[in-house]
Design a protein around this ligand. Structure first.
Ligand code: PLP
Length: 392
């Protein structure tokens, strides 16, 4: 066994993939499992996007591309992202990569130094890769609790207190994974103002921007002074049901884009060319399939929230965005990990423990409703006996 580095040992994981592997193994052994563990739309990639990829392969467009991405996609992304936010974005601020996820590491790597106390502020509960990468690169994780009482908004007073001369990056994510919460305009404006006053860069993860069911979409990136210092993350996985295609991008100041491009050169060279061409088709094509998918998710959210609120010991807010609910299960008087595990083993329902998203997620479960209405209803029935047994 070769000696492994301390850095590698500090690397965390994303529990969704751990549970997904467990589910696949249980299914392989013949168990009937309804899975809500992974954030993956159960829709097909729109046909025009599929066709564009097939055409590109047949036309021989399968070679290396520039590391920052092909011009067509950088231009299309700049135009699309800019129009959505009322901004004029230059294509050389866009770097294309294999999903939105790599940009989390790229953003943290390019703004912090290792072992010198550089701090990164991030939401907790939050997407687990934020904390994992902060630890991996030798930064200091500074979590900001998202509390149910404030619809999982940032605790802004605490946020202000935790800002320090050592703060090198602030991470915000709205609509949020895992809570489905959406930061409102007042919160976003205050975070942006505080970051601007102190010239701190912000990584704004807006991958769920199209999954907004109520109210206005407020882009952090569009706040005054923000696009000069922010890294905007977005991608195709969720909006165009393209999780396995691995396509996303970061939008950032041109100087940072050069560094991030070198990180690309040093890691995976470039993103698959035909996948990038499919991305152009997604951005420029008809968005009706996206709108239909989002409308369907809203319907499912309501079925799930109403059903969960009828289970003993469970209360669930109606989140405004993403495709997750984050029910409070403290009434079960059991740790979240135990409840999630027993739901899988005894009820054949795969969900995630809220604690897998950080300490402040304890007492909750994360349920992704990227599954059919029939399965949602069946899962709610299957969950009932277990929650009844906890309530006794
Ligand atoms: N950011 C958040 C908040 C996510 O939930 C996810 C995926 O679940 C990602 C980033 C990564 O997305 P991608 O599949 O584009 O890498």
């Amino acid at each position: 066994m070769p000696a492994t580095s301390r850095r590698t040992a500090a690397l965390g994981t994303e529990n969704a993939f751990v549970v997904l592997a467990e589910v696949n193994e249980l299914v392989r052994r013949g168990k009937d499992v309804i899975s809500f563990c992974i954030g993956q739309p159960d829709f097909h990639t729109p046909k025009n996007v599929q066709d564009a990829a097939v055409r590109a392969i047949r036309e021989g467009k399968h070679g290396y591309t520039p590391s920052a991405g092909i011009n067509e996609l950088r231009e299309a992304a700049a135009k699309y992202m800019g129009a959505m936010r009322g901004l004029d974005i230059s294509p050389d601020h866009v770097v294309v990569g294999g999903g939105a996820k790599p940009f989390i590491a790229y953003a943290i790597l390019s703004t912090t130094d290792s072992g010198v106390g550089d701090e990164v502020i991030y939401p907790n509960p939050g997407f687990p890769i934020y904390e994992s990468v902060i630890n991996f690169v030798g930064g200091v994780p500074v979590p900001i609790p998202l509390r149910e009482e404030s619809d999982f908004g940032f605790d802004l007073d605490l946020f202000e207190k935790r800002l320090s001369p050592k703060t090198k990056l602030i991470i915000v994510n709205s609509p949020e994974n895992p809570t489905g919460g959406v930061l409102d305009r007042a919160q976003i404006e205050r975070i942006a103002r505080l970051a601007a006053e102190r010239s701190i860069p912000v990584m704004t993860d807006e991958i769920y921007r199209q999954f907004l069911y109520d109210g206005e979409f407020v882009s952090f990136y569009a706040q005054p002074g923000m696009h000069q210092r922010s890294i905007l993350l977005d991608g195709f996985s969720k909006s165009y049901a393209m999780t396995g295609w691995r396509l996303g991008y970061g939008v950032m100041p041109a100087e940072l884009a050069e560094h991030v491009t070198r990180l690309m050169v040093n890691s995976n060279s470039c993103t698959a060319s035909f996948v990038q061409l499919a991305g152009v088709a997604a951005l420029q094509g008809d968005h009706d399939p996206v709108r239909k998918m989002v409308a369907e998710f809203k319907r499912r959210r309501d079925i799930l929230v109403d059903g969960l609120n009828k289970l003993p010991g469970v209360t669930c807010k109606r989140p405004r965005g993403a495709f997750y609910v984050f029910p409070n299960i403290t009434g079960s008087k059991r740790p979240s990990a135990e409840v999630a595990d027993r739901l899988l083993q005894e009820a054949g329902v795969a969900v995630l423990s809220g604690a897998a998203f950080g300490a402040h997620g304890e007492g909750y479960l994360r349920i992704s409703y990227a599954n059919s209405e029939a399965n949602l209803r069946k899962a709610l029935e299957r969950m009932r006996p277990l929650f009844e047994s906890f309530a006794r």
